[in-house]
Design a protein around this ligand. Structure first.
Ligand code: G6P
Length: 367
């Protein structure tokens, strides 16, 4: 039952631990053993053949999910994808190329800016509108032509956790579905679907770092500021990690693509500035390592979240937390887990109201 905390001290922790189960629920009925099912969106996915562009619009954590999807869609389907926060989109003149899919993301389906963006988009000649949403009875679902529900169950913690990772799961399903209609090979589809199906097990493995992250949080709780770094599809995960930390622990946190470090934030680095890095284990690894050397050379304290194959390890100035080695496409989803736990345990040490952080609302239904 979603409204019962069970043995957990906070809803947020309970919801973090529900992720393997709700991700499985999100995949249920959307994938077979080897392929994406064609009726995922409440209509035959043939319409995806016509899609030539994608515009994603969302707010907050949902916007970060959209940013990850841009990497997936452009990589897998080769179609241009633009992502924008709804409060910006709704107040500017938007150029809509031919055959563009309008995709909104929202856990609640009631965010005023996202609803207003959808309303505006309907007059702009989009191919169709698709909502990825967690609430079947919401305004966003009612007002969109097509829907993919995330099936995360009720989320009570204001800081979104399971709603975010199920959005990512649904977005990866969508990205593969689009790619299939745009020339993705059956072999690659099967490989991606198999990866998706192993996601709940990988999330379980990531949750095993709970006590290590709890200890790390004890040391982290006295910090005033933090910088999160990532590259590629890990950059939005760094943004989301920073958002979680500031939302519930009130520590000032910012996120940067690691390559931007030298264009400003490096000036902030000294022994009092922790640098949290979500490490991609792909062609960007060596680039990221050289970014981190810049930090170490300036006495910055590194907190590295990476798999063992990256060859990062604990050493002076480096706190290492292992994240399971997973297929690269899943890495942003799996790397989200330790950052959720870090924000949670830091907030617990600081004694904040974890489930109801000051000044924030679960769903922002007014502008
Ligand atoms: C609020 C919530 C956030 C959420 C954002 C967008 O600010 O506190 O957790 O990401 O709204 O909400 P939505 O329901 O549209 O995803």
């Amino acid at each position: 039952d979603s409204t019962d905390k069970g043995d957990f001290r906070h809803y947020m922790l309970k919801e973090i631990y529900e992720q393997p189960k709700v991700i499985a629920a999100c995949l249920d009925g959307r994938v077979s053993e080897t392929s994406i099912l064609t009726n995922c969106f409440g209509a035959d996915s043939d319409f995806l053949k016509e899609v030539e562009n994608i515009h994603i619009v969302a707010c907050g954590t949902s916007y970060h999910a959209g940013m990850v999807a841009k990497y997936w869609i452009e990589d897998l389907a080769g179609l241009p994808c633009a992502v924008e926060v709804a409060s910006e989109y709704r107040y500017r003149k938007v150029a809509v190329p031919k055959n563009t899919l309008f995709l909104t993301l929202s856990q609640s389906g009631e965010t005023a800016d996202t609803l207003a963006a959808l309303k505006m988009a309907k007059g702009l000649g989009y191919l169709t509108t698709l909502a990825i949403c967690n609430v079947p009875s919401s305004s966003l679902v009612r007002e969109s032509a097509l829907t993919l529900l995330t099936n995360a169950g009720v989320e009570i913690g204001v800081a979104s956790t399971k709603a975010f990772t199920t959005q990512l799961t649904a977005l990866l399903v969508t990205s593969v579905a689009i790619a299939v209609q745009h020339g993705l090979s059956a072999a690659r589809e099967t490989e991606l679907v198999r990866s998706l199906r192993s996601l709940p097990a990988y999330i379980d493995m990531a949750l095993k770092q709970d006590s290590a992250i709890k200890m790390l949080a004890d040391r982290f709780a006295n910090k005033q500021n933090a910088i999160f770094l990532g590259r590629g599809s890990m950059f939005p995960i760094a943004l989301e990690g920073a958002l979680k930390l500031k939302e519930i622990s009130y520590i000032h946190a910012e996120a940067y693509p690691a390559g931007e470090l030298k264009h400003g934030p490096l000036a902030l680095v000294d022994e009092d500035m922790p640098i949290i890095t979500v490490v991609p284990n792909n062609s960007l690894l060596d680039k990221l390592k050289s970014n981190l050397q810049e930090v170490s050379a300036r006495g910055g304290e590194l907190y590295v979240f990476a798999d063992l194959d990256t060859e990062f390890h604990e050493e002076v100035g480096v706190t290492f937390t292992e994240v399971p080695k997973v297929p690269d496409i899943l890495a942003p989803i799996v790397h989200t887990i330790p950052l959720q736990l870090l924000a949670y345990y830091v907030a617990v040490v600081k004694g904040t109201d974890v489930d109801q952080p000051r000044n924030l609302a679960k769903s922002v239904t007014v502008e």
